[in-house]
Design a protein around this ligand. Sequence first.
Ligand code: GLN
Length: 451
Amino acid sequence: TQDFIQTIEASRVLNAYVVETPEKALEMAEQADARLAKGEGGKLEGAPIGVKDLYCTKGVRTTACSNILGEFTPTYESTVTQNLWNEGAVMLGKLNMDEFAMGSSNETSRFGPPINPWRRQGDNAGLTPGGSSGGSAAAVSGDLCLAATASDTGGSIRQPAAFTGTVGIKPTYGRASRWGMVAFASSLDQAGPIAKTVEDSAILLDVMCSHDPKDSTSLQVEQPDWRAEVSKGVKGMRIGIPKEYRMDGMSEEIDALWNKGIEWLKAAGAEIVDISLPHTKYALPAYYIVAPAEASSNLARYDGMRYGARVDGDNLTATYEATRAGGFGREVQRRLMIGTYVLSSGYYDAYYLRAQKVRTKILHDFVDAFETCDAILTPTCPSAAFAFGEKSGDPVEMYLNDVFTVTTNLAGLPGISVPAGLSSDGLPLGLQVIGKALDESACFRVGGELE
Ligand code: GLN
């Protein structure tokens, strides 16, 4: 813990942490030592962890990196983080993220973006660590924590992991409790870890997930020994390769990475099967209707009365308006406008209802595909980490980065991203493994083989 605290102080240039809690960390580490001395330790006893600023942490400022939450300091702890502390983990601080987790580059944070510890060969330009869990990925990759919590609504665990050479898993919807996580799009949001290895991610996910009566979508299901899956190998497994993911204009490098992954799995005894997920091309548009719609409803609570910052106006309505105009950043405002529009009468059927129907089609595509395979292999992202400003001027360009990740959120399925190679200019690239509902085990098996 002392070592990490020192590294965090020496690496503030990375802007990964938005709150550092060194005193709390040392106190928790001492308690862990005392328990270990008595032979008591939990599953994560003494492990120093960073927490995405999306998780409410009792007595520690939590703003989802939005100005509208001001200096909001929760009086309660999220279920996921409480599960970590119950097993002896140590909290190092809160990690940078896109405002309300909306983004793919972490450039929408009120605190400015964290910086990817990786650089292109022969180029010193600052690169994004991805988003929205950019702080978590930068911190794990830069050795500013052993592992971190993250969250994934459309790829925010897996894409930052791919951009930083780390491992990230989004479990099946309902595995992890959403209680005490700042809500973005409730039917898509899932908690999960970013870690250095597939095994670490299995250990973390095991502790983070639990049945929670405080979240009505939390599942009451058995939790297998995921750690044991990591080294089982893939002999006899059927790995599906969806033809629709070989998109027009896909870079040669990503195509080659994918082929390499296929060859590795084949050599390890897996059977490769061609599959089709015909509605893939509708996933991105559907996601960018459903997610803003739910966000516009979830973020209605930030009215200047109940949480965080308030900008006073002449009357109540003027106070609401001034608070929201001043407190939300541009990307969040854009999504609130889209979300309100697609939910409004007259447009609801044309947009929101249609997007929900597409969502069902996408789920059925996966159900059909899993008749002939046990797991699906795809690239995590269409490119390696990009430079700051490269996509932030064009929202659609930014949204295209999520093309391979949003499908699992729409279908509620688990997906893991594992580092699988380097680009020609020396940046990490990730492969994604998608499992059946509740079959994180398949993700860990294939992920363990690819690592
Ligand atoms: N990049 C996607 C978005 O901006 C996903 C974000 C996330 O998973 N939190 O909505």
